[in-house]
Design a protein around this ligand. Structure first.
Ligand code: ADP
Ligand code: MG
Length: 616
């Protein structure tokens, strides 16, 4: 007797498969808007218009002036896995378009009343297709300018379980705005309009730069706090905007990452960015950044997330390193050459002043200028302003080799005080004002340096280098100090004895809350070792800063020591001391900021003076 074969497996009908796919791609109105606008961008639109009613729950309409579709393409586009963007699996590796899965249109059409109106750019006839819950209701010819309009009504009307999860109209509208903003930040050349219930929420004309777009969205003030950045690091090109350290506020900034113009999320990369701000802002603050990573398409996989919100780099660690280096380098350039150095060379793109950077700090120093200088072709003048460069070139400084600055050479011959000064300096162009500020004339104006903040930055970096194993001298005291401390201070000293020794304090815990200090560092001739030690120990015992790693502990001690040990306002300085201080300041990695994120240097350019005196 023949056995009856029961088949339990069958292929799902398309409209069911599409509904399942819709679960992945179409979560809420904002995801519909994202898919539709991305299609418009892929079609080369110059202006996209997004309309919402009731947060998109009643209606979503996206209209573009892109290349449109012919009638057969319009019908095919509604088929699952219909895409014009890739043909073979290998194409995925280099995909540059936003879409490529060929799922968005059929998925959206499976869960709404859907209408597609489109006309091709070649002037062919327009097509209109109406779909309900994945089934084509009608299609016909219509008159339309080239471009495409997709209208999505009653989203999830046939999937009540999903409709239930939609939030209030206000919440959904906000999510759509955020999506449109993100797309607008990533696609500067396109104009974007967003309307909700007939009211205009956004109207962004095509922008020439990210700074222009940010200004159009959030206003000139906010854009003015951002520094343009364009740095090659670790084989990638990082471009965008980063916030000036002194404008970072506790409220937390806007954070946008893009890879080859595609927005993505990556908390670990953002942490690398914050890390790059270390010691220029209070720890824990989150500066605003808009960063695009330009990298060969083959080195990043964008197909790891259904909504393409995440990407996978082939070498994530290298990517974090590159981003960190790029941001750090930009911050280090804050006070940089073009405004003070030799005559600017022929203006290339790299010489253009960065947008949104009034007042202090000119744009990025040109790579060419760096190279020229590194080859000694600019007689070393430029090197002065480029932290670290003199150490690389080893150009001996004319007349600046004696380390007679406010601090003695800890490690003679190796101190950054060997940095060259600009050759055009004359004896009359450095003064002290109110025993607190140092004024220096430069080719293009005046630098005003806060002596305490400047020295704080210098000491901080020197102490951090000691923690990394670079030795430093301390001075043995002829008469050791005997100090009585509070129980908490005594405990702190016992705990941190080794680290204190590293920075030059040789301390012996004597018992009974008494310590004996046998040797102290000697950062400058006016140093009050006992006062500094007491203040520091007090801070270390009572401070509230989070210490969760050795590096944080080192940083905390270095900051405390730098702050307490730096020359204070009210200290008069000799000319040689001022010169020494500035030499060392400009040899630091981040000369423009003290360890609390405050600026160390202000500058007044001749241009600015001219403006203020009404000469321009
Ligand atoms: P994908 O974008 O992944 O290719 P979609 O389902 O979003 O898949 O779109 C399918 C195809 O329909 C696209 O590949 C494209 O050829 C066409 N298409 C969709 N939207 C537009 C549009 N706004 N303008 C022109 N062509 C479009
Ligand atoms: Mg698409």
């Amino acid at each position: 007797m023949a056995k009856t074969v029961t088949r339990r497996i069958h292929i799902l009908p398309d409209h069911v498969a599409n509904q399942i796919a819709a679960g992945e791609v179409v979560e809420r109105p904002s995801s519909v808007v994202k898919e539709l606008v991305e299609n418009s961008l892929d079609a080369g639109t110059t202006r996209v218009r997004v309309e919402l009613r009731n947060g998109g729950k009643t209606l979503i309409r996206v209209a573009d002036d892109g290349e449109g579709m012919s009638r057969p393409d319009a019908l095919l586009a509604l088929d699952r896995h219909a895409t014009s963007k890739i043909r073979r699996a290998e194409d995925l590796l280099g995909v540059l378009s936003f879409g490529f899965r060929g799922e968005a249109l059929p998925s959206i059409a499976a869960v709404s009343h859907f209408e597609l109106t489109t006309a091709p750019a070649d002037g062919g006839p327009g097509t209109d297709v109406k779909v309900n819950a994945g089934r084509i209701l009608s299609s016909g010819e219509v008159a339309r300018q080239p471009g495409t309009t997709v209208t999505v009504r009653a989203l999830f009307h046939n999937v009540p379980a999903r409709a239930k999860f939609l939030r209030s109209a206000a919440v959904e509208t906000r999510a759509v705005s955020e999506t449109v903003l993100l797309l607008a930040l990533a696609n500067l050349g396109t104009g974007f309009r967003l309307e909700s219930n007939g009211r205009e929420l956004l109207d962004l004309p095509p922008a020439a730069s990210i700074a222009e777009r940010v200004a159009a969205i959030w206003g000139d003030d906010e854009a003015g706090d951002l520094l343009a950045l364009d740095v090659e690091a670790g084989g990638v090109r990082v471009t965008g905007l980063v916030q000036r350290p002194d404008s970072v506020r506790p409220a937390g900034g806007r954070r946008y990452l893009f890879v080859n113009g595609r927005p993505f999320r990556d908390p670990a990369l953002l942490r690398a960015v914050d890390e790059a701000y270390r010691t220029t802002v209070v720890p824990g603050l989150r500066p605003t950044v808009f960063l695009n990573i330009g990298i060969p398409a083959g080195q990043v996989d964008v197909n790891v997330h259904p909504a393409k919100a995440e990407v996978r780099f082939h070498d994530p660690k290298a990517m974090r390193g590159a981003i960190g280096t790029a941001v750090r380098r930009r911050l280090a350039e804050l006070i940089s050459a073009p405004a003070f150095g030799p005559e600017p060379g022929p203006a290339g793109p790299e010489h253009e002043p960065s947008a949104g950077e009034p007042g202090t700090g000119a744009g990025g120093i040109s790579k060419k200028a760096r190279e020229r200088s590194a080859e000694g072709m600019d007689s070393g003048q430029l090197a002065f302003f480029v932290p670290g460069l003199a150490r690389v070139t080893g150009t001996p400084a004319k007349g600046a080799s004696g380390t007679t600055g406010p601090a003695p050479a800890n490690d003679a011959g190796e101190t950054p005080a060997d940095e060259p000064w600009p050759a055009h300096r004359t004896p009359s162009d450095i003064w002290q004002l109110h025993q607190a500020y140092i004024l220096v004339t430069m080719r293009e104006g005046l630098l005003i340096i806060d002596q305490h903040s400047a020295h704080e930055r210098v000491l901080f970096e020197e102490i951090m280098r000691r923690f990394q194993g670079e030795g430093g001298a301390s001075q043995r005291l002829l008469f050791p100090l005997t100090l009585r401390l509070s129980p908490a201070e005594y405990a702190a000293v016992e705990e941190l004895k080794g680290l204190l020794q590293t920075i030059g304090f040789e301390v012996e815990a004597f018992g009974e809350r008494t310590v004996i200090v046998h040797a102290t560092p000697h950062p400058h001739p006016h140093f009050d070792a006992e006062g500094c030690f007491r203040e520091m120990v007090h801070e270390l015992a009572h401070g509230s800063e989070l210490v969760n790693s050795a590096r944080n502990q080192h940083e905390r001690i270095a900051k405390s020591m730098a702050c307490k040990g730096a020359i204070k306002a009210g200290q008069s300085l000799s000319r040689t001391e001022m010169e020494g201080l500035l030499d060392r300041l400009f040899a630091t990695e981040l000369p423009g900021h003290d360890v609390h994120g405050r600026p160390t240097i202000l500058r007044l350019t001749l241009d600015e003076l001219g403006r203020r005196f009404g000469r321009e």
